[in-house]
Design a protein around this ligand. Structure first.
Ligand code: HEM
Length: 368
């Protein structure tokens, strides 16, 4: 039996008690963080403008415009920023427009990383800012390399996948700089939070696999390898005559695994939302978005990959991922696994607490 401050008892028979990091006496030495409102607003703005970039990038592939500007980092020999607007016609509009828009996003991420470095006291947040800057820079280089190498599927797939990761990282920056994010939170631990910790990790992982399957399929031009929907030429199972058919079938089938995981996670997240109201919105958003995404997948096939619908399906994937990523981060921030909480209370595990001077480890002993 372990006393946990004023919050009650954790017993072997009652693991559903509350665990509170803030009950530790070490807490007194931790100054509360004052969130920088403008920094958070800018981080939020940056994640908002990164989201449509995935649609804009999707349009390039959907219009097969990737090689309409054959050079990089120049544009038909011009510095890309001095390329005449009147020459941005046809597919050049999509390809060069994508480069422009990506430069704006990259510039905002650069400002954000510097701003965080200057104003943010938490070292791990500073690191996260630099990681996002590295991610967006690698993303730009991959974009250039894929053009230079004439769009090999593996480089284009890496470019498409890193886009999703970079977007999620900007969302993370927006979350950790917010007023909502309090480093000195009371973490709860019970069976539902245990389940949610596992489920959110599985869901984010499953969505990422789905995005990878979608990207490989798309860049191998196998989007219409099974040209009908919902059945494959009247059958549940297609004739597996090519890798494209297998990928296409895997992407369709995995969508239902993703949907089931999202709905199951949402069930437990909504159950836990009495204690943690912030779980509710991403859980509901996830359910709506995955239904919309499956519908958009069907529309992509039924319209034979009409560019706007197809690109909406691409950016829809980012929305599904982001909703579950936000939920996963919130769950990790506000709950702790029962086993981990017990270990901390026993003093066999160190817990990391964040102070305005950076991160440090504070052992919590049985007596605390
Ligand atoms: C959880 C649900 C789904 C997610 C998250 C998802 C996500 C994605 C993403 C991100 C891409 C583009 C990858 C890239 O280029 O970066 C993609 C491609 C594609 N998806 Fe899905 N998808 C889902 C369900 C479906 C379903 C149910 C279908 C079919 C009914 C479908 C059909 C397609 C097709 C045909 C493409 C390729 C488009 C092309 O070749 O241009 N998707 N998907």
């Amino acid at each position: 039996m372990w006393p946990i401050g004023h919050r009650g008892l954790i017993t072997k028979s009652n693991p559903a008690s509350l665990f509170s990091v803030s009950d530790n006496p070490m807490k007194q030495s931790i100054a509360p963080r004052t969130p920088n409102r403008w920094l958070h607003r800018f981080a939020f703005f940056t994640s908002c403008i990164t989201f449509p970039l995935i649609f804009v990038g999707g349009l390039v592939k959907s219009h097969e415009a990737g090689l309409s500007v054959p050079d990089w980092p120049t544009t038909y020999g011009y510095n890309m920023f001095t390329f005449p607007f009147h020459m941005m016609v046809g597919n050049i509009f999509y390809e060069h427009g994508h480069r422009y828009y990506a430069s704006i996003v990259g510039f905002c991420i650069l400002i954000l990383a510097i701003w965080i470095w200057r104003k943010e006291s938490r070292k791990w947040v500073q690191k996260l800012g630099w990681i996002v800057l590295v991610a967006v820079s690698v993303q730009g280089i991959l974009g250039g390399v894929t053009v230079k190498m004439l769009l090999p599927w593996y480089v284009s797939t890496a470019h498409a996948s890193l886009a999703q990761i970079t977007f999620c990282l900007t969302v993370a920056l927006s979350m950790v700089t917010s007023k909502w994010w309090n480093d000195d939170v009371t973490k709860t631990t019970n069976k539902t939070s245990d389940r949610l910790q596992t489920l959110t990790a599985l869901t984010v992982g499953a969505i990422f696999i789905q995005l990878l399957l979608g990207a490989v399929m798309r860049h191998l031009n196998a989007g219409l390898a099974i040209p009908t929907w919902p059945l494959a030429n009247g059958n549940i199972f297609p004739d597996f005559t090519s890798v494209g058919v297998a990928l296409n079938f895997a992407h369709r089938t995995w969508a239902f695994v993703v949907a089931m995981l999202i709905f199951t996670t949402a069930y437990f997240a909504i159950k836990a939302s009495k204690e943690h109201p912030s779980f509710k919105k991403p859980a509901i958003a996830g359910m709506l978005l995955v239904v919309m995404q499956i519908t958009l997948g069907a529309v992509t096939i039924l319209t034979e990959k009409e560019p706007n619908w197809t690109s909406l399906h691409v950016v829809g994937g980012a929305a599904v991922l982001a909703s579950q990523f936000v939920l996963a981060v919130r769950v990790r921030h506000l709950t702790k696994r029962t086993a981990e909480a017990k270990e901390i209370v026993r003093g066999t595990k160190k817990v990391r607490q964040t102070s305005t001077n950076g991160v440090r480890s504070v052992p919590i002993s049985e007596n605390s």
